[in-house]
Design a protein around this ligand. Sequence first.
Ligand code: SF4
Length: 405
Amino acid sequence: MELPPEVLERRAQRAGLDGMPSRLARGERLTPADALALYRSDDLALLGLLANGVRERLHGNLAYYNVNIHINYTNWCNKFCDFCAFQRRPKDAGAYCMTPEQIHDELKQANPQATEVHMVAGVWPALPYQYYLDICRAAKAARPDIHVKAFTMVEVDQIVKSAGKPVADVLDDLRAAGLDSMPGGGAEVFSERVRQDLYPLKMGAARWMELARAIHRHGFRTNCTMLYGMTETLEERVEHLRLLRELQDETGGFQTYIPLAFHPANTGLDHLPYPSAPERLRSIAVGRLFLDNVPHVKAYWIMLGIPVAQLALGMGADDLDGTVSQERIYHDAGADTPQSMTRAQLHQLIREVGRVPAERDTLYRVLRRFEGGDPLEDLQAAAPLPPPLRVAAPADLPAGARSVG
Ligand code: SF4
C-alpha cells in the first residue's frame, strides 16, 4: 500500500520518526539514533510500511527460499553459553558426534532436490583439524553438486586453533575440501557486558569481526545475524547493527541479515519471555531499514514461527530460508515449528501473503520463479523426508575424539 508522502510524514511525526519517510525516499542512510527511535516507536504498522518500501524497491514481489538440508554434526561443546539448550559434553545423555561417513550417508539419503547443506554445531577442541576437512569432503563426495555452507565464526575460530596455521591457510584448506560459504552465526549480540554475563567463553565482537573480514577477503560469502531477546538493551542492539553495517561497507561480504529471536525454553534463561510477535516483526523492519548495504533480510521461519515469518515478508524480509530438515539447535530450545517444510508448503505460505515464490541457490541466484501454479515435479517434491539422523555410537567417533569428556 502506498500512502501519499505528506500522510506518511504526519504519521511519522506522531510516531517519533520525524522526517524519516522523506529521508528514506531520498536514499539517505539512517543513523544509530534513527535505529533507536525505530526500536522505540510503537507504530509497528508504520515501521512495516517503511521497511516494505525498501524491500520492494530491492526485490519487488519475490520471496526467496532454498531447498536445503541441515546437519548439526555434533552437540559437543565447551562454551557453555547460558542461552543454549543444544550443548552437551560427550558423556552427557543425548550427546552425539557424527562421523564423516555418517554425514556422507545422511546426504546420500536426503532430499535429492536440495541445493545446499547447512552444517553447524558445537565446539569441542579435541576434534582434530582433519575432522573438519573430512566432513566437508564427505558432504561433497555424497553430493558433488551441493553447496556446502558450514561453520559459524565460533567454529571457524576453533578450527583455526586446531590447525595451528594462519587463517588464510585454513580457509584455503577448507575450500579445497569443499566448503563453499559460511553461515556467519555466533555473533549473538555484540555487547561485552552481555557476553561477560551470559557467554564469557565465547569470542567477543573484535574476534568475530576479524574473522568475518578475513573470510570475506578470502572470497567467501557469509550471512550476519543478531540474537535478540536476552538481556541486551536497545542501544546494544543498535551498536551491533552499526558494527555489521560498518564491516559490510568495507567488505561487502554479507548476503543476508538474519535477526534471531531467542528461545528461552530449556536454557539457563528460561525465566525470560520469548520475544513477542510485534518485537519479532520490529526486528525484521529495523534490520531492513538500517542495514542499507546488506541485500537480503531473512525471516528464518524456524525461529520466528510460521505466521510471523509470513507477515515479515510484508515488513522488510524477502527470504524465508529453506525447506530445512532435522534442525536441532532451536528445537532443543523449544521451537515448536516443524522440523522441515516441503517446497509446496513454502510456496503456499508465500502465496498466502501475496508474494511470488522464487527458489534461489545459496548465493541468491534465482533458479526458478513460480508465478503461476506449481508444475507436477514440484508437487512430487512434497514427498516425505527421510528418517531422522543416526547419531554416532561411542565406538564410531572420529579419531582423536574418544579421549575427551
Ligand atoms: S551456542 Fe554454540 S557455542 Fe554456545 S554452548 Fe551452544 S553450541 Fe556451544
